[in-house]
Design a protein around this ligand. Sequence first.
Ligand SMILES: Nc1ncnc2c1ncn2[C@@H]1O[C@H](COP(=O)(O)OP(=O)(O)OP(=O)(O)O)[C@@H](O)[C@H]1O
Length: 450
Amino acid sequence: MRILIVEDEFEQRQLISALLKNNTEYDVEIASSAEKALNALNKHQFEIILSDWKLPGMNGLDLLQKVKEHYPNTSFILMTAYGSISHAVSSMRAGADDYLAKPFEKDQLLFTLSKVANARMLSEENQSLQNQLTARENLKSIIGKSSAMQKLFSQIDRLASTDVTVLIHGESGTGKELVAHTLFQKSERNNNVYLAVNCSAIPETLAESELFGAEKGSYTGADQLKIGKIEAANNGTLFLDEIAELPLSIQAKLLRFLQEGKIMRVGGHQEITVNVRVIAASHQSLNNLVQQGLFREDLYYRLNVITLTVPPLRQRLDDLPDLINFFIKKFSEKHRLEKISFSKDVYETLYEYHWPGNIRELANLVERLTVMHSGETISKSDLPNEFSIKEEGQIIELPEKGIHWEEYERSILEQSLTRCHGNKSKAAKLLGLNYKAFLYRLDKYNIDSI
Ligand SMILES: Nc1ncnc2c1ncn2[C@@H]1O[C@H](COP(=O)(O)OP(=O)(O)OP(=O)(O)O)[C@@H](O)[C@H]1O
């Protein structure tokens, strides 16, 4: 266990290190001020900090607050002068794990350290059991009897024990984040941190400091050290959702981190070595973006070592009944309402629908219906407008929020094939296209057959 002793008085430092010297459990490092301690924390991970209250510059309580903010997993023991009980009280209130009144005997020091070390071990064990339970719960909640999902699950099983970078591709709402989390939970890193970052939600100007961190004073407003997401995920797993949205300038830095395992904070002068497994996801084709010069080719190849494809809901309609039952149960429990049920024609409508928003759209629909029609049997007229089947020949109305044309065209082509059980000439007729024009479009979207 790594221990950092923060003590400004030379003799005291020597004394404490001497007391711990013969104890092989502890690997001791020393800092003579809180500022130096923070520097050391930047470079290495410590399990326990043993700090004096009275220090030149920042005092022990200030250091404790910084540690709680930036290194919440590090335990903290404060040493106070005998009689300054108020210091001990305020340090415990600020989150210290224990305190030692000076002067103390060797036994007292060892006892306090082992108490804190044991508490850490218990909480780690607890966390690990908790993770296993959540893992089991979550695994149960990934629905997927369809052959497309079964194939995906066996790929996940094969990849889970490796540290390989994985790229998850799939339309919006198909469950990419759930797949990433399952990979994490099945991996050997499942006792460590899992951090998810949505790259499309970070403003371009902040992307670098969000991911790589920033030294204090490195830019206007950086009034304290900022630990980036990559560093915070050290020894764990980082999920980079919507990776295509990452600005090109940051893509170069990400590539360097993936290749060398090193990062540099904004305004920093020293590289920090990190050990992070990366899982990335995108609903857009990174290959297409590379062709358009919007995504770095080298980063694409680095990320694309293994690609998992999560199929859209319309290609795994076999899962629809299980998913519906799962969400009916989930939302009736969440809102403490009676379960709804669906009439036969509602099922038929849901089977024919093209599900542009995939599982998320289905979950939202079931939640809305549960809240509005608790305990009832849902009929077709209870479904929102987008589910009403258009009259023959009617022009489909463009929704207010617009559509993604290519996704729409692909979906129509796939639906026509599904409806005609894979018969291409019938499917072409259904869309009012000649056979050649239909084949041309299948080829354009790389659709083989259904
Ligand atoms: N197979 C599944 N079984 C049960 N729930 C699922 C399944 N797949 C997805 N969900 C649920 O659907 C919702 C959307 O899933 P998720 O956020 O993982 O999709 P996504 O592909 O990451 O979406 P986006 O591209 O928009 O980030 C979540 O609430 C998730 O729990």
